[in-house]
Design a protein around this ligand. Structure first.
Ligand code: 6GU
Length: 246
């Protein structure tokens, strides 16, 4: 008989990249870093250049059809992807043309046994590797980065903090921005007066129910004013009893 959890591998990120030295980066610090140290999750890198076969170890070439920039070669990237097949989790290709990453996707990824994150550089990766591997394309927003590494770290930060045991205070996960389609209410700490600005009275009152109501009202105000898209989703979810997809 095995105790729950003792026979399972921790959630494992396998990053396929030309820049393995960019990892763990900031993920080695704070919450995520503590989780790494405690083996609550693992981070492995696969150096794509290690799969280059010619004497110059080239990983890219000029695009068929002409045009600017270079394209990552399917033989090299394909070999790296094949080698990653031993690692757990779906293959995710970080790309500005992917589906936009959000908190719901972070929760889905946290339910997987891990993720294999394919980072591109140059103009991108030969389309045939993406087709053949069935990679899921994910973007972190509508702007262009010079490579997938920073995006992979964004995704991992959001996912890893959802893994059991990683957040110091388990309770603080639930009322954050996006968890209930509301942005966060404002926070205050000591001193109670700073540069002539005081803290809202209710927060000093010790009335927990009034504090809760005030925070909910401020979260609603901020969400309605700044993010009408989230606001309408929130109203809809409230109307239908919270069972909408999102
Ligand atoms: Cl995931 N990758 C790259 N290269 N650029 C991006 C992105 C990802 N998301 C937004 N821009």
């Amino acid at each position: 008989m095995t105790r729950a959890g003792t026979d399972r591998q921790p959630w494992t990120a396998t990053v396929l990249t030309l820049f393995p030295e960019a990892f763990p980066g900031l993920l080695g610090s704070s919450l995520a870093g503590k989780g790494l140290e405690r083996d609550l999750w693992r981070l492995e890198t696969l150096d794509i250049r290690g799969f280059a076969r010619d004497k110059h170890r080239s990983v890219d070439d000029t695009p068929f059809g002409g045009g600017a920039g270079m394209v990552m070669r399917p033989d090299v990237v394909g070999a790296a992807v094949e080698a990653s097949a031993e690692s757990p989790g779906p293959l995710v290709y970080l790309s500005p043309r992917g589906r936009t990453f959000d908190q719901a996707m972070a929760r889905e990824f946290a339910e997987e046994p891990g993720l294999r994150l394919l980072c591109g550089r140059y103009e991108g990766i030969d389309e045939r590797v993406l087709e053949a591997s069935g990679a899921r394309e994910v973007s972190i927003g509508d702007y262009v980065l010079s490579g997938g590494e920073v995006a992979a770290q964004v995704v991992l930060d959001a996912v890893v903090r959802l893994l059991p045991g990683v957040m110091g205070n388990e309770a603080s996960g639930g009322d954050e921005s996006f968890e209930g389609d509301l942005l966060e209410y404002p926070h205050y700490t000591r001193p109670a007066e700073w540069q002539g600005r005081s803290v809202p009275e209710v927060l000093l009152s010790g009335h927990h129910e009034r504090v809760r109501q005030w925070r909910r009202a401020r979260a609603e105000d901020i969400t309605e004013r700044r993010r009408p898209d989230l606001w309408h989703r929130y109203l809809e979810r409230r109307r239908t009893g919270g069972n909408e997809e999102g």
